[in-house]
Design a protein around this ligand. Structure first.
Ligand code: GLN
Length: 547
């Protein structure tokens, strides 16, 4: 890569694309933003994507997964919205904490400045102080990228998002209309009794957006089925946009198909035209192969995902996506069975687990559901079913091994039993002094040294890997020797050897636990080595049952 000088950066005029949402949430605004990002990147432009979240939490780190879904962690240790996961998976590179801003962060910065006396004599107000701070955050990548896509969380009309809409409006005017573009994603519902797709909710959302002084340039219409020409013409007429700028985003088999249908509708071409940017050739070949493999797999496996947040799939977003990537690379459809760990008992676990080709025990916090996870791990360890433990999943594997193999009765993590006699998982030293809950875990990317000759080594084919973390507890080093004596291998360690990052079992076809979150670095097309290896092992297990 050619290094850019400051002069190059100054010469580049960054173009901004705002993405707003209308009608209802969960329409896939993040995926639409990520898809557009991919299309521009595949035209050789430098692109980044930013999410502005209107809630007051400083970050989602203290929110329950049922409230917010998964908390996504960046290399630089920010706890962010899960849409950043989509952006990274589609773009294929790492983003940073500057890619996610919340109302909480904005207000926090402004209030701290007020206390420092930086606004002496003035009344501190939403306009201009809050909006200026939002605009400052939007502009942090100025000159560095050709395009910054800015997704505004929530839907138009929410009280909380008003300052963000106002900031976007001001920003576009300041930059000039050639340098900023507005896209709204709305919903076109199919009304069964009428047998029709309805445009009224879209008209209302566009009207609501225009009340804030923002005129959409492009309307993306989420719908179950394709929109016909007449319907698009009607939306164009009522909402004041060009006909080709009404683009339908109908249901597809996989979210990874979205960039393909958007490029068929020329979304990227239209964006370039409206922003006065000469077009570059588009290369989607690799992506198409990736999607083709997802849609036409040669093999099939069934894996279990054991956790306590399974009623809400977004809690395990990155894990589920990592399965799709690893599946495509192995030419395999991965059917994921979500298993509630609170329902698992010694008596019923066989009926839940016996048919599975692999079991992943997921991350989590708190005592609820722990014993069920331990029961599941015992079953797959004894029955030689491929096992993959992530963070809490690995900690549970340590507890299970300590209790059932090493004979350390009632061994536990001090997270669940403060007075346990065998504290095989315990708080990290630096965590013992911490009292504030927000943003104080071991967060972000750290190096891990892999021991040659292990399963971990042959899976990564590398001696030093960098993976992301989000935890307070760790393996208690006092027990390492006992574990090793009984057949567990500490296959990955922090470079100073003090922290256990990966474990595996000598006497098992595929049993790996990791203290980090490999799912957070699994990208479309390339996947993540541990997930690829796990699915390969599951496939092998499946085949061994069939013969
Ligand atoms: N609760 C455990 C810890 O804090 C595991 C966290 C996780 O699974 N991300 O160490």
């Amino acid at each position: 890569m050619i290094m850019e000088t400051e002069k190059d950066k100054k010469a580049r005029v960054t173009k901004y694309i705002f993405v707003f949402g209308g009608v209802v949430s969960s329409l896939g605004k993040g995926i639409a933003a990520a898809s557009l990002g991919l299309l521009l990147k595949q035209r050789n432009f430098k692109v980044t994507i930013m999410k502005l979240d209107p809630y007051i939490n400083v970050d989602p780190g203290t929110m329950n997964p049922f409230q917010h879904g998964e908390v996504y962690v960046t290399d630089d240790g920010a706890e962010t919205d899960l849409d950043l996961g989509h952006y990274e998976r589609f773009l294929g590179y790492s983003l940073s904490k500057a890619n996610n801003t919340t109302a909480g962060q904005v207000y926090y910065t402004v209030i701290l400045k007020e206390r420092e006396g930086q606004y002496l004599g003035k009344t501190v107000q939403v306009i201009p102080h809050i909006t200026d701070e939002i605009k400052r955050r939007i502009a942090v990548f100025d000159g560095e990228y050709d395009f910054v896509i800015v997704e505004i969380g929530g839907t138009v009309g929410d009280i909380e998002s008003l300052p963000f809409l106002e900031a976007a409006r001001q920003f576009a005017i300041e930059r000039g209309f050639n340098n900023a573009l507005n896209i709204i994603l709305t919903y076109v519902p199919y009304i069964k009794s009428a047998g029709e797709l309805k445009t009224k909710p879209t008209q209302h959302s566009v009207k609501a957006l225009m009340e804030h002084g923002i005129v959409p340039d492009i309307i993306l219409c989420r719908s179950e089925t394709k929109l016909n020409k007449e319907l698009k013409a009607k939306i164009a007429l009522f909402c004041n946009v060009d006909e080709d700028s009404v683009i339908d985003l109908y249901d597809v088999d996989t979210i990874y198909e979205v960039p393909l249908i958007l490029s068929k509708s020329n979304l990227d071409e239209i964006v370039l035209r409206k922003l006065n940017v000469p077009s570059n050739g588009l290369d989607l070949e690799e992506w198409k192969t990736f999607v083709r493999r997802i849609k036409n797999p040669q093999h099939r496996v069934k894996v279990g995902l054991v956790g306590k947040y399974v009623k809400y799939r977004d809690s395990y977003k990155s894990i589920l996506e990592a399965f799709i990537h690893a599946g495509s690379i192995n030419n395999t459809a991965v059917d994921v069975e979500l298993i509630d760990s609170e329902e698992l008992t010694e008596e019923n676990c066989e009926s839940f687990l016996q048919d599975l080709d692999g079991v992943l025990v997921g991350p989590g916090f708190g005592r609820r559901g722990i014993e069920g996870k331990i029961i599941a791990i015992k079953y797959v360890r004894e029955n030689k079913i491929p096992f993959f433990g992530i963070c809490l999943g690995m900690q549970c594997a340590i507890i299970e091994f300590a209790r059932n193999v090493c004979g350390l009765e009632n061994a536990n993590s001090t997270e669940f039993d403060k007075k346990t006699k065998y504290n095989v998982i315990d708080l990290m030293e630096e965590q013992k002094k911490i009292t504030n809950k927000g943003g104080t875990m071991r967060l972000g990317q750290y190096p891990c040294k892999i021991i040659p000759g292990t399963l971990a080594y042959s899976t990564y084919n590398q001696e030093l890997v960098f993976e992301r973390h989000r935890h307070r507890y760790e393996v208690n080093n006092e027990y390492r020797e006992i574990f090793e004596k009984h057949g567990m291998v500490m296959s990955g360690l922090s470079p100073d050897g003090n922290l256990v990052e990966m474990i595996e079992l000598r006497d098992h076809p595929w049993f790996i636990g990791v203290q980090f979150h490999p799912e957070l670095k699994s990208r479309a097309v390339t996947g993540a080595p541990l997930f690829i290896g796990f699915i390969r092992a599951a496939l092998k297990h499946r085949k061994s049952k069939e013969t």
